[in-house]
Ligand binder design. Sequence first.
Ligand code: GLU
Length: 502
Amino acid sequence: MNEIKTRFAPSPTGFLHVGGLRTALYNFLFAQKNKGEFLLRIEDTDQTRLVPGSDQQIIDLLDKFKLKRDNNKIIYQSQRLDIYKQYAEQLVDSGNAYYCFCQESSLNKIREQQKKDKQPPGYWGPYRQCHKLSIEEVKKRIANNESYVIRFKMLPNNNELKQKDAPSQWTDKIHGNIAVSMEHQDDFVMIKSDSYPTYNFANVIDDYKMGITHVIRGEEFLSSTIKHIKLYKALDWQLPTFAHLPLLLNPDKSKLSKRQNDVAVEEYLKQGYLPATLINFIALLGWNPGSGSTEEFFNLPELINDDFNFSQGQIKNLINEFSLDKINKSGAVFDLEKLDWLNGWYIRNLKFNKLVDLCKPYLSQIKNRGLLEKIIHIERERIKKISDISQNIDFFYKEKIDYKPELLIWKKSNKKETLENLVRLEDFLITLKNQDFDKIENLETKITDWIKKNNYGVGDILWPMRVALSGQQNSPNPFEIAWVFGKKKTIQRLNKAQNKLK
Ligand code: GLU
């Protein structure tokens, strides 16, 4: 058997979509698993939609996610116009394609007529005008500088009537047998009037020329595949295996939003989702290992090597586990809650120094390294993404914190009792040593023992303590904050709270 070859073929028309990353990942995994090759092709033939720099952005992202290409040479379609032209001419010569001189105005007329006739739009059947032009006519019009496109003939002339209603069959690796009615198939454009090829044409030529054995891509291309198959047949080329990945859905089962912030991979990285999390999450969008478990951890060895504290076997190697047979055809739900949960899990497993490096850009206001590390230490249990680290932490480093005195009062308690409790607590903390503040657990034991011994209400003491230290309704627990502050600053804050209540 031939060596397996896959490719990722993005159009550089903007940001990389999470669906695009999934396509790249699955192509990479399938090639790696089968010791084949994974190639990159930039489909930059739609000159009107090009976004300068987006090709490089895609390349950088693939590097970031360690989706290594097996050949450094990246194919750019815009540099291969001669090749497409040559094959287009060959198809014209063999009667499978033709020059079409219909301009926008006549195409509009055709559309209007089709509307009237209640027929689907497209350049097909009786609505076509140029498919029977003689060679002389074509030559004359080209010599006259008339603008033209080259169209593919979906039904070759002589078969036209016989095949009219016949469906064409093909088999998709994921969706199974697909039957397509040939009745209204558009004689699609292969070469545009700007002499660039269309996606449908260049895509097939390149997949063949590059020796691609498996075309793995999103379901949105499923309906175009019949065009590709007809092209392969007209050129007498062997078909690759096609595998169309299931759609990505919102939790309400609608098609995943196209808004940039919701789907741009770059945006997720900016918010502090780890590359390792995204790969694990995206791997499971449509594929599952079939073990029945939904909470399994899979990754690329290269992505989790040094940065995490994982034990041997805690994370399965995606490359070994992956197979095309385990891809579902039903849509895959993009569940942000699950992504958050998974990211929290990966963050908690990061090596501490690595976590500090990642958090630093979000905490540039904190200059003191000791304080920075302590904050990260206690916040790491709570954060879902790295950018969360900067939320609600001002009280750690601001000299003055602002809050209403009433916030200090626990449930049914009152001002007077709260003040008494804060004074008692302060008196007790004064008796502790500085070192008693060096370990959270130690401090916690000391304070809770004291509460028990004196039969105080836990909330009556700990609630005002927490608010006095943080000024917030929600914050880390009071032992953690007191540990960050140390004895002196803790007592200062308790003092200030007392003043507020007086
Ligand atoms: N250029 C197409 C895209 O943007 C590639 C589709 C395919 O893989 O055939 O997704």
